[in-house]
Write a protein that binds this ligand. Structure first.
Ligand SMILES: [Fe+2]
Ligand SMILES: [Fe+2]
Length: 210
């Protein structure tokens, strides 16, 4: 048993109603990251990339994949040194009754050792959002809508650009049968289409998203 830090908040309990889970998780992430807009955008963006990956790889599980992306970094405010990153979040989610595949994917996302498709997808979706954000923030307009796939591909090859976005980790999406260029395109489109979700706590139109 690891000696985890105390958690200053209560996670939403998983219910049989997936719509309710979506709304609860979305609200939780807004509340949990209200002082960290970077992490908020990263979390929502990762959820949106995961949703579009699920559309290709596991269409009946789009909502679960979205939730895995949305919640994957929730333990960062509770454990700023990231000593227990992933395992702490997974342990709390497990207690709240979240499906075990979501917990496993979140526990594994810093490591990439779990070969099931959801964990494998999350492992690559996590860094790709950082690359996309860095690539549009250096545009004169600072708008994702102006970022072209060709410049995202170029940025991918520049190893020193957004060096924290691990290129090998992104590239491992190919193990799921999606080539790198397709993945960059899917991620860019997923983030462009959901930009309005990043900035305000507004009930997203879930029916349009899924
Ligand atoms: Fe993380
Ligand atoms: Fe992350």
């Amino acid at each position: 048993m690891q000696n985890f830090p105390n958690i200053p908040t209560t996670l939403p309990k998983w219910t049989d109603d997936i719509e309710k889970n979506l709304i609860n998780c979305y609200k939780f992430v807004f509340e949990n990251f209200k002082d960290n807009s970077k992490l908020l955008v990263h979390s929502i963006a990762t959820g949106c990339v995961m949703k579009d990956l699920a559309a290709r790889l596991s269409p009946e599980n789009k909502k679960n994949w979205f939730i895995a992306g949305l919640m994957h970094d929730i333990d960062i405010p509770w454990d700023p040194t990231e000593k227990y990153h992933g395992t702490l979040a997974a342990s709390e989610l497990e207690k709240a009754g979240f499906p075990s595949i979501i917990c496993q994917a979140i526990a594994d996302h810093p490591y990439g050792k779990n070969n099931d498709i959801l964990p494998r997808a999350l492992y690559s979706a996590d860094p790709v959002t950082g690359l996309v954000v860095a690539a549009f923030l250096i545009l004169p307009s600072k708008s994702i809508q102006d970022l072209k796939l060709s410049s995202l591909k170029k940025r991918f090859k520049e190893k020193r650009f957004a060096a924290g976005a691990n290129r090998e980790q992104i590239k491992r999406i190919e193990e799921l049968g999606i080539n790198l260029e397709e993945f960059l395109e899917l991620s860019l489109e997923a983030m462009k289409n959901t930009e309005n979700m990043w900035w305000r706590l507004k009930e997203p139109h879930w029916s349009e998203l899924f």
